[in-house]
Write a protein that binds this ligand. Structure first.
Ligand code: COA
Length: 476
């Protein structure tokens, strides 16, 4: 039976057609926006994980050494970039020979910061070496360096020179300080921790400033630089141009210490009531003090002893007296009356008494191991954190399972543990490949990347640009 559209039905059909049109128009616009050529991006036809990594196709000329720069390029390599590490012939990255634990093998210092890279040796001050570098600059997307200020320019690799050879090149640098009075200074990790505000705010009030074990100056700045590089690559898609990226270690540390600059400004409004110093009645000065193990946020916390602390330096737990679970804490430690006692019932009432409250909680934690405290507290949503030793972390099965702690085999040192990529991308899985031996890929890079003939390669090699000067020559 034929159906006849009523006027109401016709209206509905018109609205449907109109909405289809709108959808069509929108999707065309979206397609144009998506890739600029009017085609909607299609999903990869390759199997999951086979479609390449996030940074596949990006080639990095890695002039980094020690820790800050190598952290950055290692991360980019894990994410799929082809990282070509340029090293001084015969010497290489100085860390290869620092803190050596296996005679004749690259140190763990080096191997744990240079996974997934290729190594080429080039004397960047030799005329033929410079030529090779110029050719590499033409084929790479990013040059990363963390030399002392001015060293790259002294090699002749000024921004102008690089940009003329390859206008798409991104030049990324770690320096100790940004422009200003200290811009010419050489900087290592702890210098940055001190100059970035970390040391003055770490440690106990009664003691000297302290540096932290976490390498926030080196590795932290490497992470900042990696983000800057990825952003510059993204912007280059629109502009077609490279740019300079600078991550100063002082700035990187300060960025990680921003809560302390927050507190510096809060001092004007009165004492910092969440610092235990407040409860202890010690007046504040005009700069943020060291706060021991106080929590940096609004929920008070402290490190407390657990069972076995007398013999085990890591038998401790970080305990946070988060306000919403105050009742649960009182029940656990056997102080149920604190739930309603006006002296304890509110976060404000508790602030001046934090020291004695934590002492009472510690009486309870000392009856349990840190793992027992963790288990009991987590069941009732009390945030706590066991103080894990590096031994415990190295042996933790769940970290092995996620690839955060990885065992790697190395031809001269054998098996060792390293930290894998802490950033997990579901379609760009990081495999951790051992670090390169010094100059291991020199021939491969000259041949496959620069497409040089065997004759050209032999000529460059004979010039001495890729090898260490002979001892007699050095003496002469
Ligand atoms: N061929 C020839 N020469 C090379 C070379 C190569 N492949 N690679 C490096 N060099 C040279 C440099 O050109 C430089 O020579 P120059 O001073 O005559 O110009 C020299 O090696 C040393 O470089 P430099 O960076 O000064 O090393 P350093 O060991 O004296 O200082 C740092 C190390 C880390 C203090 C310094 O590099 C620095 O302050 N870097 C910036 C901040 C930073 O990253 N610090 C953290 C390190 S984890």
């Amino acid at each position: 039976m034929a159906t006849r559209k009523t006027s109401k039905g016709k209206g509905k059909a018109r609205a449907k057609a109109a909405s289809k049109k709108v959808v069509k128009l929108r999707s065309k616009a979206a397609a144009k926006k998506a890739n600029g050529n009017g085609h909607l991006p299609r999903p990869s036809t390759k199997a999951w994980g086979q479609a390449g990594k996030a940074l596949t196709g990006v080639r990095i000329l890695d002039f980094t050494h020690v820790q800050s720069g190598p952290t950055c390029t290692q991360l980019l390599a894990w994410l799929g970039a082809d990282v070509i590490k340029v090293e001084r012939p015969g010497v290489g990255d100085i860390t290869r020979g620092q803190l050596v634990d296996v005679k004749g093998a690259d140190s763990l210092y080096f191997t744990m910061l240079n996974h997934n890279k290729r190594s080429i040796t080039i004397d960047s001050k030799h005329p033929q070496g410079k030529r090779v570098l110029d050719e590499l600059i033409k084929t790479c997307d990013v040059l990363v360096e963390n030399f002392a200020p001015g060293a790259l320019d002294r090699m002749g690799l000024t921004w102008e020179h690089i940009h003329k050879l390859n206008p798409r090149m991104i030049v990324a640098s770690v320096k100790g300080f940004g422009p200003g009075p200290y811009e010419d200074c050489k900087v290592y990790e702890n210098v940055a921790q001190c100059a970035g505000g970390s040391a003055s705010t770490t440690g106990f009030r009664e003691g000297p400033p302290l540096v932290t074990g976490a390498q926030i100056g080196d590795s932290g700045t490497g992470l900042h630089l990696a983000l800057g590089i990825v952003c510059a690559l993204f912007q280059r898609n629109r502009t077609g141009r490279g740019q300079k990226v600078l991550a100063a270690m002082q700035d990187g540390v300060l960025n990680l210490c921003r809560v302390k600059l927050r507190d510096q400004q809060r001092l004007k409004a009165g004492p910092l009531t969440e610092y235990s110093q407040y409860g202890e009645g010690v007046p504040f000065g005009d700069a943020v003090p060291r706060a021991g193990n106080d929590s940096g946020g609004g929920q008070p916390g402290w490190i407390l002893k657990c069972k076995g602390w007398e013999n085990d330096p890591d038998a401790y737990i970080y305990f946070i007296t988060q306000a919403p679970v105050w009742g649960e804490i009182c029940d656990l430690i056997g102080e149920p009356t604190w739930k309603t006692d006006p002296e304890y019932a509110t976060p404000r009432a508790r602030l001046p008494k934090l020291k004695s409250i934590f002492a009472r909680i510690e009486q309870w934690t000392m009856t349990k191991t840190k793992f027992e405290v963790m288990e009991i507290c987590n069941k009732v949503d009390i945030p706590v954190g066991p103080i894990l030793s590096m031994k415990e972390i190295a042996e933790e099965p769940s970290l092995r399972k996620t690839g955060t702690v990885v065992e790697v085999d190395h031809p001269t040192r054998g098996k060792y543990l390293t930290v894998g990529n802490p950033i997990k991308l579901s379609d760009s899985i990081s495999e951790v490949k051992r670090s390169p031996l010094l100059g291991e890929h020199t021939d491969e890079i000259l041949k496959d990347v620069l497409k040089l003939s065997a004759k050209d390669i032999a000529e460059i090699k004979n010039s001495g640009a890729l090898s260490a000067p002979k001892k007699e020559e050095k003496a002469a």
